[in-house]
Design a protein around this ligand. Structure first.
Ligand code: HEM
Length: 180
């Protein structure tokens, strides 16, 4: 994945737990790089290795690390560095969700070689959405849970995110129900 993702993990760890923990996490995952470059592509194993090492060093379940990372991505990384891109996604939570399937086609203008996630979004009734998440990468279910919670917070909505089907259970994708 592009280095911006690894840099965001670094931000999450250093801002919440301190730089010493980040050094420990990098050492545990055998990372030689002094710093990650946002627009350079790194093997996915680097990102997964960092997340796994963070869980171990911080004594947290990996699911919690991924939820925290998803929230951090929306509330810090995207807000700080990609404000106008986020604004182009929609001016309220409902519109942002309904536009989510097209979002990474705009991201691709900045990061042309991404392997983007795929989303299908259905409005079931007022204030209830189903978000279907497809990916070539396994293991990011709880990252998406955190992203959806972060979007709710970014738009001032108290959302509940429920995983109703998952790849872990043998389905070909994850499905979330979002009540807001
Ligand atoms: C300005 C905001 C955003 C930017 C710049 C951005 C950029 C990226 C980049 C660079 C990757 C790495 C893909 C690769 O290197 O192959 C990625 C992956 C991903 N993004 Fe975004 N993204 C943004 C917002 C979002 C939002 C709002 C969501 C969902 C709510 C989202 C969901 C994901 C997921 C799930 C992945 C993992 C890819 C996979 O499933 O295989 N992103 N994004």
């Amino acid at each position: 994945m592009y280095g911006i993702v690894n840099k965001a993990i670094e931000g999450l760890v250093t801002e919440n737990f301190g730089v010493e923990k980040w050094i420990e996490i990098k050492a545990l995952s055998n990372i030689q790089e002094e710093r990650f470059l946002s627009h350079e592509q790194y093997d996915d194993s680097v990102t997964f290795g960092l997340a796994t090492a963070a869980a171990e060093v911080l004594h947290l379940p990996i699911a919690k690390v991924l939820v925290a990372f998803g929230k951090y991505w929306v509330l810090k990384t995207a807000k700080k560095h990609y404000g106008s891109l986020m604004d182009s996604g929609g001016n309220d939570f409902d519109n942002f969700l309904l536009n989510l399937p097209n979002f990474h086609s705009r991201v691709m203008l900045l990061y042309p070689n991404i392997q983007p996630p795929e989303f299908k979004v259905h409005k079931e009734e007022d204030d209830v959405f189903h978000v279907h998440y497809y990916s070539t990468r396994p293991g990011l279910t709880h990252f998406v849970e955190g992203l959806l919670l972060g979007l709710g917070e970014a738009f001032g909505k108290n959302v509940k995110v429920l995983l109703v089907r998952s790849r872990e259970q043998g389905f070909d994708h994850d499905e979330f129900e979002i009540a807001c």
